[in-house]
Design a protein around this ligand. Structure first.
Ligand SMILES: Nc1ncnc2c1ncn2[C@@H]1O[C@H](COP(=O)(O)OP(=O)(O)OP(=O)(O)O)[C@@H](O)[C@H]1O
Ligand SMILES: [Mg+2]
Length: 194
């Protein structure tokens, strides 16, 4: 399976999601994370510590892809229309992380419009960085209810920052919410694989 994370707005959890989805898919399979962002956030994450799957730069990806069952592709924010078309063409599942604020929701609605014009039905929206107040998450879900949306949302936990800093997965950091944060991606992984 080839899974791509994209979003019209930056800082919505693409890289964090790409890293944790790659970890879930890497369970019994060989999984490669391709870092397509010139900032190299995923490569740097891996270099700071130890991730249980290989991370490579987009420029060297061609050589590696044939050896892996699953590929997760992390991309820079704000793809052009042409970029989006190419991403759609090149993946099985396009995941669009969206945070519960109006700027992110508006940006996602614009992307969804473009995807409609491209006749793409391989995308799903993922609600990310959802604060503890239940109402915020529910309101965002209601605003996007007509679109394909993962049932599982990713809640907001400081443990993710610690994971990025340490170069590890969220379940490996010392934090009282590390396990519950990881359980969000575990449940998301089940949805992706069914
Ligand atoms: N579920 C979460 N809870 C709390 N913080 C989070 C969560 N997901 C991501 N973050 C934090 O939000 C920030 C942005 O996350 P991330 O880098 O994954 O977003 P991005 O969409 O890849 O950003 P960019 O567009 O710059 O590539 C980071 O500081 C990250 O640690
Ligand atoms: Mg990123």
């Amino acid at each position: 399976m080839l899974v791509t994370c994209t979003s019209a707005k930056g800082g919505v959890g693409k890289t964090t999601s790409a890293v944790h989805i790659a970890a879930i898919l890497a369970g019994d399979n060989t999984t490669l994370l391709i870092d397509g962002d010139p900032n190299h956030s995923a490569m740097k994450w891996a270099q700071r510590g130890d991730l249980p799957f290989k991370v490579v730069d987009l420029m060297s990806a061609a050589k590696h892809t044939r050896n892996f069952e699953h590929i997760v592709f992390d991309t820079p924010a704000r793809p052009s229309r042409d970029d989006l078309e190419a991403l759609v063409e090149g993946c099985d599942l396009l995941i669009i992380p969206t945070t519960p604020d109006i700027l992110s929701i508006d940006a996602t609605l614009e992307t969804v419009d473009l995807l409609g014009a491209l006749n793409c039905n391989c995308y799903r929206l993922l609600l990310t960085i959802i604060p503890p107040s239940r109402r915020t998450g529910e309101q965002t879900r209601e605003a996007l209810a007509e679109f394909p949306l993962f049932k599982q949302s990713i809640r907001q936990y400081a443990a993710y920052e610690k994971a990025a800093l340490g170069g590890v997965l969220v379940n490996q950091v010392k934090d009282r919410n590390a396990r519950v944060a990881w359980s969000d991606y575990q449940r998301l992984g089940k949805e992706i694989l069914t």
